[in-house]
Design a protein around this ligand. Structure first.
Ligand code: FES
Length: 154
């Protein structure tokens, strides 16, 4: 589990890695959209660019998956830590500012303080994030081919 701290709302939400940030926010009842997005958003397809968030983490490069093509297009002129919540898959704990286009209490200092207040997180290794049943056919728990011992010859 990872923790998402929503700065504006002063709310911590625990969720598993691998889920979409928009889904976590909406499931928690967090208002993700400004007026334009409330009146009409694309439902998470990356087409309306109304689900802006600003994010920060102890390692911003690993908290979320990299920007997608729609984000590259819609966020060209936005700060590098802005994301479309519907496009961002959570990898590790982070701090999120909803509706950053409106600013937020305390500004960047509050964002940095929230990141510093987070418990230290270990970036999950590839092995940690793979389900146990993600073995290739005919492989045992060590990834070795079943039935073939080391050094065994025909
Ligand atoms: S909900 Fe439309 S771009 Fe994210």
């Amino acid at each position: 589990m990872v923790t998402i701290h929503f700065l504006r709302e002063q709310l911590d939400i625990d969720c598993p890695a691998g889920v979409i940030l928009r889904d976590v926010a909406l499931d928690a009842g967090i208002e993700l959209y400004g007026l334009k997005g409330k009146l009409g958003n694309c439902g998470g397809c990356g087409q309306c660019s109304t689900c802006f968030v600003a994010v920060a983490g102890q390692d911003e490069d690993t908290c979320l998956t990299p920007r997608t093509a729609p984000e590259q297009r819609f966020l060209k002129k936005r700060p590098p830590n802005w994301r479309l919540a519907c496009q961002a898959v959570i990898r590790n704990s982070l701090v999120v500012v909803t509706r950053p286009q409106m600013g937020w209490p305390g500004g960047d200092e509050a964002l940095a303080a929230a990141v510093n207040a987070m418990p230290m997180n270990a970036v999950p290794s590839a092995k940690d994030s793979e389900p146990d049943d993600h073995k290739g056919p005919g492989q045992d728990d060590d990834g070795a081919e079943a039935g073939i011992e080391s050094g065994e010859q025909d």
